[in-house]
Design a protein around this ligand. Structure first.
Ligand code: AMP
Length: 527
């Protein structure tokens, strides 16, 4: 088999790694850099740009430059998260015919997996340039708190990019593999992952090469971008107070403010004060206006302390689910670029009563861990025996009157399979409908709908006579599967599946063909 790559598909940056002599190595992108902005841009001439080149388009071509698409993947257009993003993103969002969110490109739309596939195809190309041969297999990471739809959509993105996904693993778990392999340490580990768009906390136990995740918790809608937005809001508000003009109504100006805010935020991780300088940010009645503001670390911390605090109950819940007290944790690992913020480090240190590990690279350890997992699967890495991860959400079914019955509890080790017996309630009933959901809400409507599974072609019989065993499974990738068997005959029961979100298999295949056709047509082009 050829090289298998590990990919960390981040909200803001992505990274790809491979294994060399059983050790993970980060593969540089075509510009020689270890990480690539997860940005795709389409120029007026129809050219597709990925990474740094695409990011440079953000100010001049904001409507066609797509960033932070990971926050949209696997989402419905009408979800509160997408509705909130609508007002903030400089590019357009639309509702796809199946209710999913799509991004607008001129008079066309692109699904989030399609956009992400372009970043993945670029990373694949970087790996091919590095190895000098085709690469088709990958391990891909996702936030531990991604639900089934988000995981499935990420897998679809990889398939469209021409990659076969050997395994989907959780980002914090991947980071712990990189840490555990390097440190060869046994004990309880907490991985605190605050990236560009998501927060995860994972508690795991490392014991002689067995990585056993005990519990995971998090917030898919809390990340570095929220910190940037606080600075943006402050700048927009103070500009309005000083000049009466609304920068938020000017896409170009807003994009410049956003970039300056992110830069200021990064600087404040290393200095106690920074200056934000935006000349000619707007002109009003031919009078040009500028932004010149000083922001201190203290003021920035006051603006964002509540965001950092929002992570604390999640850590407490993860520890409670793992049945571990904070002072029993042996090592704390910080990953995700936002953990470079001193306030984040201080809060985590205070919570656990110990300093985080120094030797973990917050940007590269996830991709490196994914590469290690490829070596675990094919036997190249022998120090690690087993990786046991958990499902972040309960899996259950809808019952009468919007009721919800849990079938698999959250934080159950995966893969897991639970069988439940079903029967009919009416004479000669030919179909049984199962609405499968994910979440902890006590009403069905409070949870994330995955799909409606309909057991069809049941032989006519009196009510209660047919006995159908339905198996609910969560795979090692964290995705859900449902299958059914007639108890009497042992025959596979036919099921019609209507997924609530996502592309169909035919759509994925069509997009994959289009993508590979494009690669063949443009051998030198990015993706
Ligand atoms: P990731 O998803 O891990 O690539 O994390 C990216 C996030 O980390 C973005 O929101 C960045 O703005 C943020 N970030 C990167 N470097 C720093 C830094 N030095 N201080 C604060 N945040 C940072």
């Amino acid at each position: 088999m050829g090289h298998v790559i590990g990919i960390d598909l981040g909200t803001t940056y992505s990274c790809v790694a491979g294994l060399e002599a059983g050790r993970p190595v980060v593969i540089p992108n075509l510009e020689g850099l270890p990480t690539t902005p997860s940005v795709v841009s389409f120029t007026a001439a129809g050219e597709r740009l990925i990474g740094t080149l695409a990011m440079r388009q953000a100010v001049t071509n904001p409507a066609n430059t797509f960033y932070a698409v990971k926050r949209l993947i696997g989402q419905k257009f009408r979800s509160p998260q997408v509705q909130e993003a609508l007002g903030r993103l400089p590019y357009g969002l639309m509702e796809a015919p199946n209710g999913d969110v799509a991004v607008a490109l001129g008079d066309k739309t692109l699904s989030p997996p399609e956009v992400s596939s372009m970043v993945l195809a670029y990373l694949k190309e970087c790996a091919e340039a590095y190895y000098g041969e085709p690469v088709t297999e990958a391990i891909i990471t996702v936030p531990a708190h991604f639900n089934d739809a988000q995981r499935q959509a990420t897998k679809d993105a990889a398939t469209i990019a021409g990659l076969t996904v050997q395994r989907v693993i959780n980002e914090p778990t991947a980071a712990s593999l990189a840490f555990g392999l390097g440190a060869k340490k046994n004990g309880l580990v907490a991985v605190y992952d605050l990236g560009g768009g998501t927060f995860d906390i994972t508690i795991l136990e490392i014991s002689d090469g067995v990585f056993n995740v005990l519990a995971t918790n998090g917030d898919s809608y809390l990340g570095g971008e929220d910190f940037d937005n606080r600075i943006v809001e402050w700048l927009v508000e103070s500009y309005r107070a000083e000049t009466g003009a609304d920068l938020a109504a000017d896409t170009l100006a807003l994009q410049r403010v956003k970039e300056a805010a992110e830069k200021a935020k990064r600087e404040l991780s290393f200095t106690s004060e920074t200056e934000i300088n935006l000349p000619f940010i707007s002109s009003d009645r031919s009078v040009s206006k500028h932004i010149r503001k000083t922001l201190s670390r203290l003021a920035f911390e006051a603006m964002t302390a509540d965001l950092v605090e929002r992570t604390v109950p999640r850590i407490e819940q993860a520890l409670a689910d793992a049945k571990v007290a904070a002072d029993r944790i042996d090592s704390v690992i910080l990953i995700g670029g936002q953990t470079r913020m001193p306030l984040v480090k201080e809060r985590v240190t205070k919570f656990f009563g110990r300093d985080p590990e120094e030797k973990v690279d917050p940007d590269q350890s996830v991709a490196m861990g994914a590469a290690i997992q490829s070596g675990v699967l094919d036997g190249q890495v022998r120090d690690l025996v087993l990786l046991l991860d958990v499902t972040p959400f309960a899996l259950g079914i809808e019952t009468e009157n919007d009721g919800y019955e849990t079938v698999i509890e959250r934080n159950t080790t995966v893969p897991v399979r639970k069988v439940k017996a079903f029967t009919t309630v009416e004479h000669n009933q030919r179909r049984v409908r199962l609405h499968v959901l994910q979440g902890e809400g006590f009403l069905a409507s409070m949870n994330k709908s995955l799909a409606v599974f309909e057991l069809v072609g049941i032989e006519p019989a009196p009510a209660g006579v047919p006995q159908i065993d339905v198996a609910f499974e969560i795979t090692a990738d964290g995705t859900a599967q449902v299958s059914a068997k007639d108890k009497e005959t042992g025959l596979e029961q036919r099921i019609e599946v209507r997924p609530s979100t996502g592309l169909s298999a035919a759509e994925v295949e069509e997009l994959r063909k289009r993508q590979s056709g494009r690669e063949r047509a443009k051998p030198g082009a990015h993706a």
